[in-house]
Design a protein around this ligand. Structure first.
Ligand code: SIN
Length: 187
């Protein structure tokens, strides 16, 4: 699949007659909220683990020196905490451009802190997209993040702001925290 997912996403869900939709954010969508929303609440999704396995050519890196940003990998038993936003469907016109580097919108079940559930959408960059980088040792990922800079700023800022947000949400994301520790140790 080509890296630019804008057209793929436009064809994926039919929003006709829909007034609002839940969107689950687990990466930059938690802390960089550059879109209008009707309400937001901490939430989680089951069976998915956050990983810095997606390349970023357009936000936190360049085509020649991509950064690394998060995607979700299926993992039975895993719980990924994040933020749920109730948005009107036209918000996806903006978000599809922002998330165009390999992310597709998938339906998922959100669980709120109250225990209530709702159906929603989540952007996931699957391993068949051209920008997918996959697993690497934490130290190598940290080194790549330390060096990458893109139009949205340093890749390290993405990591640090996400780690801070996850602490606030109470997500014990050992993967994110290990990469943050490696980056702080070795620069
Ligand atoms: C998300 O935050 O939910 C998607 C990945 C990202 O934009 O960092």
């Amino acid at each position: 699949m080509s890296t630019n997912t804008i057209e793929h996403n436009r064809r994926r869900q039919d929003f006709s007659g829909v007034e609002s939709i839940w969107l689950f954010g687990y990466g930059s969508l938690i802390y960089k909220v550059d879109f209008p929303f009707l309400e937001k609440h901490p939430a989680s999704i089951n069976g998915w683990a956050r990983r810095f396995w997606q390349g970023s050519h357009d936000h936190r890196g360049t085509p020649d020196a991509p950064g690394r940003v998060v995607t979700l990998i299926e993992q039975p038993g895993a719980i990924c905490k994040g933020m749920a936003f109730r948005v009107s469907p036209n918000v996806f016109e903006h978000l599809d451009v922002r998330e165009k580097n390999g992310y597709l919108r998938f339906s998922t079940t959100l669980t709120f802190e109250s225990g209530n559930h709702a159906e929603g959408l989540v952007y996931i960059a699957t391993e068949d997209n051209e920008a997918f980088l996959g697993h690497a040792p934490d130290a190598d990922i940290a080194r790549q993040i330390a060096q990458a800079v893109g139009p949205s700023g340093p890749n390290s800022e993405y990591l640090f702001r996400l780690a801070e947000s996850l602490r606030t949400l109470g997500d014990e994301c050992t993967h994110t925290f290990a990469i943050e520790a490696a980056l702080k140790k070795n620069g």
